[in-house]
Write a protein that binds this ligand. Structure first.
Ligand SMILES: C[S@@+](CC[C@H](N)C(=O)[O-])C[C@H]1O[C@@H](n2cnc3c(N)ncnc32)[C@H](O)[C@@H]1O
Length: 333
């Protein structure tokens, strides 16, 4: 088992997701001889889990049943032990798309927090990419490193226990992308600039609602001319601002985006990983359709303006010709 590769059967040491229902699932580390209690009774690891196929229905000791699922970043996000606020699938889809993550990408993030975003990033960049993740809280950094090893993705990630605003990401000129999920991302923009490859890359950060302008401003100060702010709202995406009265999708409503160097614009309709959460696709669909609607409105407006101007001009010409015709007609008679 690995979080970035599928295996057919459960083995000792695997982390499996025990699925009791959509609102009730939890991860379990499989150990020979161990038992896990559920409200439907006990699951005996040696008998009920080891050697069984992922996706099997397992009957517990009280006669109720559960499914044992292969772990994925999405299932981890909804079942992980929370050490901090975390990012959910809707926002994660948006971030991985904006950062254009793909197999082989090198990406820096801070803070690691509970590792919810990190697991999705790792699946995007596997098998040859690398994630540098910075967390200044010692226990969170240690726990995340332990989980990455347990989830067989440890070789794809370096966890650094330091203050990203002071000490940066510990690398320079290697990253294709940077993501900041810390209270003041603008303080780390200078380090994002250092971490990013000389030929360019993308940086994105979550910006709290009190200070939406600071991130874009800081990106501009550090030599970025394309810094933009993107707000994801239900049914509405507005580059440049927050619209009152709209409910935010997820809890990370503001995103500051920046590109340095000669990196192509993001392809907004780019296909994302086939995730088993419909909200992920929803965020992408909203961006794509909202941009189309905006450009249609703009084109229709320009077209109507042109029609009005031309008909006004024509009107004036016809009136002048008619007047000339009457004058000449009168003088002729
Ligand atoms: C909201 S959590 C990140 C959640 C993470 N994105 C996830 O999905 O699980 C923010 C984390 O940033 C860490 N943090 C805040 N400021 C930091 C800094 N200057 N350097 C490194 N880590 C920082 C906090 O300790 C916290 O764990």
């Amino acid at each position: 088992m690995s979080f970035v590769e599928y295996s057919e059967c459960i083995q000792e040491g695997d982390v499996v997701i025990i699925f009791l229902g959509h609102e009730s699932m939890f991860p379990v580390k499989v150990q020979a001889g161990a038992q896990t209690q559920t409200r439907y009774g006990a699951i005996r690891h040696s008998v009920d889990l080891i050697g069984r196929r992922y996706g099997s229905k397992v009957t517990c000791s009280k006669g109720g049943w559960v499914y044992v699922l292969h772990p994925t970043p999405e299932l981890w996000t909804v079942s992980l032990p929370h050490r901090t606020q975390i990012l959910y699938a809707t926002d994660i889809a948006m971030i991985t798309m904006m950062l254009e993550l793909k197999p082989g990408s090198v990406v820096c993030e801070s803070g690691t927090g509970s590792g919810s975003l990190s697991h999705s990033m790792l699946r995007c960049i596997a098998p040859t990419g690398h994630l540098y993740t910075v967390e200044f809280h010692q226990q969170r950094a240690d726990k995340a490193a332990e989980e990455f090893r347990e989830h067989k993705v440890g070789h794809l990630v370096t966890v650094l226990n330091q203050d990203v605003c002071k000490d940066g990401f510990g690398v320079s000129a290697v990253a294709d992308a940077v993501f900041l999920d810390i209270p003041s991302p603008w303080e780390a923009v200078v380090h994002a600039r250092t971490a990013i490859k000389k030929q360019g890359g993308r940086a994105t950060g979550r910006v709290n609602s009190g200070v939406p302008g600071s991130y874009g401003g800081s990106c501009r100060i550090h030599g970025n001319r394309n810094a933009q702010q993107l707000t994801v709202m239900s049914g509405h995406v507005s580059p440049g601002g927050h619209k009152e009265g709209h409910r935010a999708l997820g809890h990370g409503a503001f995103w500051g985006g920046a590109t340095w160097g000669s990196v192509s614009q993001p392809c907004l309709q780019q296909a994302h990983h086939p995730v088993n959460d419909r909200t992920a696709g929803y965020a992408e669909a909203i961006i794509a359709s909202s941009l189309t609607i905006h450009s249609h409105f703009l084109l229709t407006g320009v077209y109507l303006l042109l029609v009005v101007m031309i008909s006004h001009a024509l009107d004036t010409v016809w009136m002048k010709l008619l007047r000339l015709f009457l004058i000449f007609g009168k003088s002729g008679s």
